[in-house]
Design a protein around this ligand. Structure first.
Ligand code: PXP
Length: 244
């Protein structure tokens, strides 16, 4: 059975738009878990554009499922991960100018650095997953650097249509078979939506899907009417006794 990791970065995006304390990803992670999340995923970016270190440290204490920390392979992030000890680290490529993670990690070109990272994290019993494109060279390189897990990037599948989507789907399916044959455990994610998730969820061998944007978007759509009703009630029925 495929499990579901919820990426809650977008909750923090809304908070950071106002630099206030709501919505709080730490509090709302609990609702995601109540809804059935098997894990909570956050990306602590170098530029701290959404998730903050405070979120990571509190979520480490409050998440009852599993905490997956996405991060770039930098010395700063390694120190934070070794100290906070999430349940899993997913190494992702990171560029300051990107809107979201573009493309997978180039493991084949950075074997030594990534292997050192994995060993360092292993010393604290933190398993590492490598976020890679579904291509043979990267899957083989992931095995060679000692990763136990990979996360296959579903972004190209998600953003393509018709025949091209079929081709991208086959790449993921073949990637899973290849990875399993090499003894790797496989997650997948990025760009998955309510419309395109089912074919990916039905691939044998994928253990977990990490999904964020579409779920937060849906939460706004489902919750907006109630939120407006609550505010309308206050506006129409203000308490007469003032608190100040
Ligand atoms: N997996 C990884 C490695 C990611 O970087 C992201 C986006 O932060 C996701 C999954 C989730 O992608 P989305 O928000 O498009 O569902």
């Amino acid at each position: 059975m495929t499990s579901l990791g919820i990426n809650i970065d977008h909750i923090a995006n809304v908070r950071q738009a106002r630099l206030t304390n709501e919505p709080d990803p730490v509090q709302l992670a609990y609702l995601a878990e109540l809804g059935g999340a098997d894990g909570i995923t956050i990306h602590l970016r170098e530029d701290r554009r959404h998730i903050q270190e405070r979120d990571l440290r509190l979520l480490r204490q409050t998440v009852g499922s599993r905490l997956n920390l996405e991060m770039a392979a930098t010395t700063e992030m390694l120190e934070i991960a070794l100290e906070v000890q999430p349940d899993m680290v997913t190494l992702v490529p990171e560029k300051r100018e990107e809107i979201t993670t573009e493309g997978g990690l180039d493991v084949a070109e950075n074997k030594k650095t990534i292997s050192n990272f994995i060993q360092n994290l292993k010393s604290k019993n933190i398993p590492t997953s490598l976020f890679i494109d579904p291509v043979s060279t990267q899957i083989e390189a992931s095995m060679e650097v000692g990763a136990k897990w990979i996360e296959l990037h579903t972004g190209s599948y998600a953003s393509s249509k018709w025949n091209q989507q079929k081709i991208e789907f086959s790449k993921i399916k073949e990637g899973v078979v290849k990875a399993k044959n090499l003894g790797l455990r496989v997650n997948a994610g990025h760009g998955l939506t309510y419309q395109n998730v089912e074919p990916i969820a039905s691939i044998e061998g994928i253990e977990e899907l990490n999904i964020g944007h579409t779920i937060i978007a849906r939460a706004i759509a489902i919750g907006l009417k109630e939120a407006v009703k609550e505010m309308k009630h206050l506006v129409l029925n203000p308490r007469q006794e003032h608190l100040f």
